[in-house]
Design a binder for this molecule. Structure first.
Ligand code: DC
Length: 227
């Protein structure tokens, strides 16, 4: 028995720009639970590697770096070695580097304990690619959140423009398709719905509607478990 027994987890996995982060944060807020943005850890590892001059192909060095990642989450702010990198890690170049190193088994293994350490009472909502399949296979609810590539590219485009970055919709769509293929086809922890996952397609759903569907799925489960 681990000390985590009984602390519920909601795992929300899905492709890039599916809105997982926004939805997971809102669900966590509604339930008063903690939140884990696991993608941020891959992005932070990529940023740390680029800053330290570690090659994105050097699996052992990357794993060592990830195991000692000097990261702090302070509310919505993410720090690496005491420096605010909240916006820096959202850069497309960092996202691409993160997707590349995420294919390396030793790096993924190095991030496991860090991710599981976020599981604290009264509960955790975790978003990523393998929350329900690998990191929290015993999660109480597993959600696979998806949307068409076109609508995800459009959302990403709007986000970037709002943040003052320049962006090109066609290039974003091509990039997103490439990243989808890499995340879904890698040998370790490929992106796929976990067994028993509730699949939600948010192409035609707003944020509130999607959050409501996740909360309903959780309540339905709790009701069935109590029945
Ligand atoms: O969710 P995101 O776009 O911030 O994730 C960045 C990259 O990290 C993504 O291309 C795939 C990888 N990732 C992963 O392999 N496993 C996770 N649990 C989360 C992210």
């Amino acid at each position: 028995m681990s000390t985590h027994d009984g602390i519920p987890v909601i795992a929300i996995d899905g492709p890039t720009a599916s809105g997982k982060g926004t939805i997971a944060q809102r669900v966590a807020q509604m339930l008063g639970w903690g939140y884990l943005d696991s993608g941020a850890l891959y992005r932070l590892s990529a940023l740390a590697a680029l800053r330290d001059g570690v090659s994105l192909d050097d699996e052992a060095a990357l794993a060592g770096l990830a195991a000692r990642l000097p990261v702090a989450f302070r509310g919505a702010t993410i720090e690496l070695a005491g420096q605010d990198v909240t916006d820096t890690i959202r850069d497309e170049a960092i996202g691409n580097a993160a997707s590349r190193i995420a294919a390396l088994p030793a790096l993924r293994a190095a991030l496991l304990d860090l991710q599981r350490g976020f599981r604290r009472a009264p509960g955790l909502v975790a978003d990523g690619r393998d929350m329900g399949t690998v990191v929290f296979p015993e999660a109480r609810l597993k959600v696979f959140l998806t949307a068409s590539a076109e609508s995800r590219a459009e959302r990403r485009y709007k986000q970037l423009i709002e943040k003052g970055f320049s962006a090109n919709l066609d290039a974003l769509l091509a990039d997103l398709r490439q990243r989808d293929a890499r995340d879904a086809n890698r040998a370790v922890a490929p992106l796929k719905p976990a067994e028993g996952a509730v699949v939600i397609d948010s192409t035609h759903l707003g944020i509130d509607q999607t959050v409501a569907q996740v909360l309903k799925a959780y309540r339905d489960l709790a009701r069935r478990a109590g029945a």
